[in-house]
Design a protein around this ligand. Sequence first.
Ligand code: FAD
Length: 275
Amino acid sequence: MIQRLSFEFFPANTEQGRRSLERTRGRLTAYAPEFYSVTYGAGGSTRDRTFDAVAAIAADAMPVAPHLSIGNDDHDTLRKLLDRYRDLGINRIVALRGDVPSGMGSRRNVRYAAELVELIRSHSGNAFHIEVAAYPEAHPDAPSPDADLDFFHAKVSAGANSAITQYFFNADAYFDFVDRCRARGIDVPIVPGIMPITNFANLVKFSDNCGAEIPRWIRLRLESHQDDPESLTQFGTEVVTDLCRRLLAGGAPGLHFYTLNRARPSQAVLDNLAD
Ligand code: FAD
């Protein structure tokens, strides 16, 4: 059994989407995750929907962690939201900078996730276990991999308890990142983020945006399967299963699945891992 398993959802924006998400969660409950998490739209665009989705999961007595990004919110707005989550019995937060909402261009103030981690600690003490993001292949805005590591270190020094990585398909990037963290004395658990592969075009788009590299051999094989969704999913599941096996065998403390609100792609990988 995987020690520390978690599943990430995004908040649905229709009644049908909410029902579908409930079914997805129902299926994934069988894998006994340590927690579910719910994303927070760029610039706070899903603030209420994220809260409602988190409340629905908490109402079923399931552990859930809201994502919270600093965006352009003032500290007072963020403190109020933290209080509402604490009142709901939430004890884990995924603290992020967030991305610039489309249309805002450069009007956004330059702020970083470390500021949010500091705010959570100063306002809520130890009420929340704080997760932060980590980037084994370096964040696309980082001036250099070393600078990115310095900034990750700053989030941990500000009070983060553990980290979830951006997805990647090269296990060596993860192991190298963890080694570099340990060499600097960063000793928090770093859980790999896992993206199941089900759609070539979407994967390429996401990966270009977030700086995740799709190795050439995987990209070419996926491309050759792109008109046959079944064989693409089968190949993608094999690739991601092998990645997870290598990560767990190499000491990864758990797995965090980017489910995109679908159960089956994560289930396929987890069932393979259990064989
Ligand atoms: P930071 O840690 O602040 O880093 C952002 C960039 O700034 C990096 O390039 C870093 O090197 C640089 N940097 C940091 N500090 C400094 C400094 N002091 N000076 C100069 N440069 C600095 N986005 C959402 O909008 N909603 C979500 O729910 C969401 N969930 C996510 C969950 C996970 C597990 C991950 C990995 C990402 C998620 N994202 C989400 C995406 C994330 O918001 C983006 O990747 C964003 O661009 C960076 O967020 P961060 O928290 O890593 O930022």
